[in-house]
Ligand binder design. Structure first.
Ligand code: GLN
Ligand code: MG
Ligand code: MG
Ligand code: MG
Length: 441
């Protein structure tokens, strides 16, 4: 575990590292990387590595195309899926402008900013994401490898060996894995990570996605984090468990509350509910994301919270009642194709807003919301999440809170990008239309 540049340079010599990959993400959370030879490292730690950012999504200000990547020594790890002879390592980078100021198009910076905001109030933000994924035969069509279901064991679970190797590869990179299992849909899997501080966890989520895809490829199959690849089956979610700690104590815990939730936790949940429509474009950023958020597939549709009800947006897990350390809330809408940095930043921002403004939490809704009649929903004031990317991006565009969280540059680029995607989708002629209309019209 490196603390600074000198530690990294020593580790690179000791392990005979051939290249160090410098990692960062664009606004949509696509991993970007360039390889640096060991002799460049000393200078890179001192003055960063310059690169042309003009072709990178969200990095597109013509007058600001020169960017500088500063490697974060604490993220140094040997890439466990690469050859061990002359190994390759990687570090995450912070992106800066040539004048040394942080680049506001860098998602890692946006998350850092929010973590700093929480820290000013004495909070440390912990998250534990559950990233689900599918294993298919290839990337051209969603052909499942097995017909297993929830918690099925081998031989029904054909992804067992792939998962096992993924876990070993993650552990070699210092990632703490808690457990893994076959998920509800055929060929769908989940590997659960031990919760961690949010910036570290966003880096881990990026690493997880690379490792899952690389190990699947070694086994001759294709891993995807697409939110809803199979019609009629569960989609893939990224439930995000979250809590705030203060002075080493869980600020969400109150032994005297019937839900064991402190007033801070209640206001935090209220913030996540009140601003849900505004951050949904960040937690669910693709056209396809909205095909997952349907009734009947364990994904949320309505803006409500509950103790154990899995149809609600927020659940307060109750299998370890009364345990301070484990008290947390679970946000169930995000999908694994979200940009983890922006996802954690936007949800933290919404929760903090709730605490800051002292939002009151509405009553928990323990009954199955999917079974409620529309009048019932209206009477209880239960609203729906955006039903499409278009609806979501419109809420994002109009949100002052999201603008302040993302900053003007990130906010306007994201909104622009998502309107373009919606337009591409809206104007294309789909197989559905040809199948339905051509024979009869
Ligand atoms: N796959 C479900 C979702 O879309 C979650 C299922 C589960 O973890 N129980 O969120
Ligand atoms: Mg799970
Ligand atoms: Mg799951
Ligand atoms: Mg869950």
């Amino acid at each position: 575990n490196c603390k600074n540049g000198d530690d990294v340079i020593r580790a690179v010599k000791e392990h005979n590292i051939s290249f160090v990959q410098f990692w960062f993400v664009d606004i949509l959370g696509t991993l970007k990387s360039f390889q640096v030879t060991p002799k460049e490292l000393e200078a890179a730690f001192e003055e960063g590595m310059g690169f042309d950012g003009s072709s990178i999504l969200g990095f597109t200000r013509i007058e600001e195309s020169d960017m500088v990547a500063y490697p974060d020594a604490t993220t140094f790890q040997i890439c466990s899926w690469r050859p061990f002879d002359r190994p390759v390592a990687r570090m995450f980078c912070d992106i800066k402008n040539p004048d040394g100021t942080p680049y506001e198009g860098d998602p890692r910076y946006i998350l850092r900013k929010l973590i700093e905001k929480a820290a000013q109030k004495g909070y440390t933000y912990y998250v534990g994401p559950e990233l689900e994924f599918f294993l298919f035969t290839d990337s051209k069509n969603p052909q499942a490898l097995d017909s297993g279901g929830y918690f099925d064991a081998p031989p029904l679970d054909m992804g067992n060996d792939v998962r096992r190797e993924i876990i070993f590869a993650l552990e070699k990179m210092g990632v703490d894995v808690e457990y893994s299992h076959h998920e509800v849909a055929p060929s769908q899997h989940e590997i659960d990570l031990r919760y961690s501080e949010a910036l570290r966890m966003a880096d881990i989520a990026m690493t997880y996605k690379v490792v899952v895809k690389e190990i699947a490829r070694k086994h001759g199959c294709y891993a995807t984090f697409m939110p809803k690849p199979l019609f009629g089956e569960n989609g893939s979610g990224m439930h995000v468990h979250q809590s705030l700690f203060k002075n080493g104590k869980n600020a969400f815990f109150d032994a005297n509350d019937p839900h064991n939730l402190s007033s801070e936790a209640r206001s935090y949940i209220a913030g996540l509910l009140k601003h849900a429509k505004e951050y949904t474009c960040i937690t669910n950023q693709w056209v396809n994301s909205y095909k997952r958020l349907l009734p009947g597939f364990e994904a949320p549709v309505y803006v409500a919270w509950a103790q154990c009800n899995r149809s609600s947006l927020i659940r307060v897990p109750c299998y370890k009642p009364g345990k301070e350390q484990a008290t947390r809330i679970e946000l169930r809408s995000p999908d694994p194709a979200a940009n983890p940095y922006l996802c954690f930043a936007a949800t933290l921002g919404a929760g903090l807003e709730g605490i800051e403004k002292g939002y009151e939490l509405t009553a928990a809704v323990e009954e199955n919301i999917f079974a409620m009649e529309t009048e019932d929903l209206t009477a209880k004031g239960i609203e729906s999440l955006p039903g499409s990317l278009h609806e979501a991006v419109t809420h994002l565009k109009d949100s002052e809170l999201m603008k302040s969280i993302l900053g003007e540059h990130m906010h306007s680029n994201l909104v622009k990008n998502k309107f373009i995607e919606w337009d591409e989708y809206r104007t294309h002629v789909s197989e559905f239309e040809l199948r339905k209309y051509l024979p009869i019209l």
